[in-house]
Design a protein around this ligand. Structure first.
Ligand SMILES: NC(=O)c1ccc[n+]([C@@H]2O[C@H](COP(=O)([O-])OP(=O)(O)OC[C@H]3O[C@@H](n4cnc5c(N)ncnc54)[C@H](OP(=O)(O)O)[C@@H]3O)[C@@H](O)[C@H]2O)c1
Length: 272
C-alpha cells in the first residue's frame, strides 16, 4: 500500500483556529487538500482569517464552521452543516481540545466536565456521525489528536490524561472493528507543545517535565511530522524521538511504581 495522497481530498479539522489544528490545516493544504475548519463562535473572525490566508497561499477551497462543540447539539450541527456545504468529507481530524492543571479534587467541576465532553464525548460522537458515510463509500480516514498523556498516568492533569487514554482506547478499538471496510482510525500523540492550551489550562511555565523532555515543541514541527506519518498510515504516532523513548519504551519496560513516581515528580509544579 503506497502513501495516502491528500490532493483534492476534503479534510475536516476541529479546533483549527490556533495551535496544532491550524498547523495541521497548513500541512494538509500544502498537499492539495480542501479544508473544512472548525472553531468556537467567539473566534469566528480568527478562523476566517486563517482560512483566507491558507486559500491564498495554497489555492485550495475552505469552509468555516464556528460552532461550540460542547453545546448540546454542537456535533450534530457540525455534521449537518459540513455535509450540506462540502458534500461529504474524506478525512475527519478530531483535534479540538482543552486541559486544566491542578489537583483533581481542588479544581472546580465545570472545566473538568467540559474537558471530558470536548476531548472524549465530542470526538466519539463525531466519529459516530461521520463513519457511516465513509463506510458506505468504502473510503475514509479519521485522525484523532490524542497525546502522550494517553500512555501513562498524568498527575495534576488527570482528567485530561484520562480523556486522552479514553480516546486512544476508542480509536484502537474502532480501528479493529473497521478492518476490511476501507476506513481507518489513526492517532497523533504529541508531547508538550507551545500552544494556548497550556496557558488557558493554567500549566506552570517551567513545568519540571519540560526540562527533561527537551522543552516545548512548536505546533508547525508537530504538524509536519504528523501528516507525514499519516500519509504512511502510522496507527499511533508519537512525535519526536525523546517522546517515543519516554512514553513508549520506558513506560512499557519500567515498574509501574517508578512510572507513577516519575510522573508525579515531574508533572508537579515547576523548577524554581
Ligand atoms: N499543546 C500540547 O501540549 C498538546 C500535547 C498533546 C496533545 N495536544 C492536543 O492537541 C489538540 C489541539 O490543542 P492545541 O495544543 O493546539 O491547543 P489550542 O491552540 O488551544 O487549540 C485548541 C483548539 O480547540 C478549539 N476549541 C476549544 N474549545 C472548543 C469548543 N468548545 N468547540 C469547538 N472548538 C473548541 C479552539 O478554538 P478557539 O480558538 O475558537 O478557542 C482551538 O482551535 C488538543 O486535542 C490537545 O489536547 C496538545
Amino acid at each position: 500500500m503506497g502513501r495516502i495522497n491528500f490532493k483534492d481530498k476534503k479534510v475536516l479539522i476541529t479546533g483549527a483556529s490556533t495551535g496544532i489544528g491550524k498547523a495541521l490545516a497548513h500541512e494538509f493544504a500544502a498537499r492539495g487538500a480542501h479544508l473544512a475548519l472548525g472553531a468556537l463562535p467567539s473566534e469566528n473572525a480568527l478562523l476566517d482569517s486563517v482560512a483566507k490566508d491558507i486559500e491564498e497561499q495554497f489555492h485550495i477551497k475552505t469552509w468555516c464552521f464556528a460552532i461550540d462543540l460542547t453545546a448540546p447539539d454542537g456535533p450534530e450541527r457540525l455534521h449537518q452543516e459540513v455535509k450540506e456545504k462540502t458534500g461529504g468529507i474524506d478525512v475527519l481530524v478530531n483535534n479540538a481540545g482543552i486541559a486544566a492543571y491542578g489537583r483533581f479534587w481542588e479544581q472546580p467541576w465545570e472545566p473538568l466536565e467540559k474537558t471530558i465532553q470536548l476531548n472524549l464525548q465530542v470526538p466519539t460522537r463525531l466519529m459516530h456521525l461521520f463513519l457511516p458515510d465513509m463506510i458506505k463509500r468504502k473510503s475514509g480516514l479519521i485522525y484523532n489528536t490524542s497525546s502522550v498523556s494517553a500512555l501513562q498516568p498524568t498527575p495534576f492533569q488527570t482528567v485530561y490524561g484520562a480523556t486522552k487514554a479514553g480516546l486512544q482506547s476508542l480509536s484502537q478499538g474502532i480501528r479493529a472493528e473497521l478492518k476490511g471496510t476501507g476506513v481507518t482510525v489513526c492517532t497523533l500523540n504529541p508531547p508538550y507543545t507551545a500552544t494556548d492550551i497550556l496557558t488557558k489550562g493554567g500549566f506552570p511555565e517551567n513545568l519540571r517535565w519540560y526540562a527533561i523532555s527537551g522543552g516545548l515543541r512548536r505546533p508547525e514541527w508537530i504538524a509536519k511530522k504528523a501528516v507525514n506519518a499519516l500519509e504512511k498510515r502510522k496507527f499511533l504516532y508519537v512525535t519526536g524521538f525523546n517522546a517515543w523513548l519516554f512514553h513508549i519504551v520506558l513506560v512499557r519496560f519500567s515498574p509501574r511504581r517508578l512510572v507513577d513516581w516519575v510522573s508525579g515528580f515531574f508533572l508537579k509544579g515547576g523548577w524554581k
